[in-house]
Ligand binder design. Structure first.
Ligand code: SF4
Length: 61
């Protein structure tokens, strides 16, 4: 899968991370005590870095 296709494929879930209010309620519900908001932010950062690497910014906004 090309970088461009990967970014387009993950666009909706990755850009919905911006809706996270950092309330941290999901942590109490997770049976594994995962730091879900932190994981989301790390993946959003990775997504934005990958998106910025697409030559000519050909990814649809
Ligand atoms: S992902 Fe977790 S911290 Fe973010 S809004 Fe949802 S419940 Fe709150």
């Amino acid at each position: 899968m090309s970088l461009k296709v990967a970014v387009e494929f993950s666009k909706v879930p990755m850009e919905s991370i911006a809706l996270c209010m950092q309330c941290r309620e999901c942590i109490d519900r997770c049976p594994h005590d995962l730091p879900i908001p932190d994981i989301l932010m790390e993946h959003q950062d990775l997504y934005e870095r990958q998106k910025a690497e697409i030559p000519g910014k050909q990814c649809r906004e």
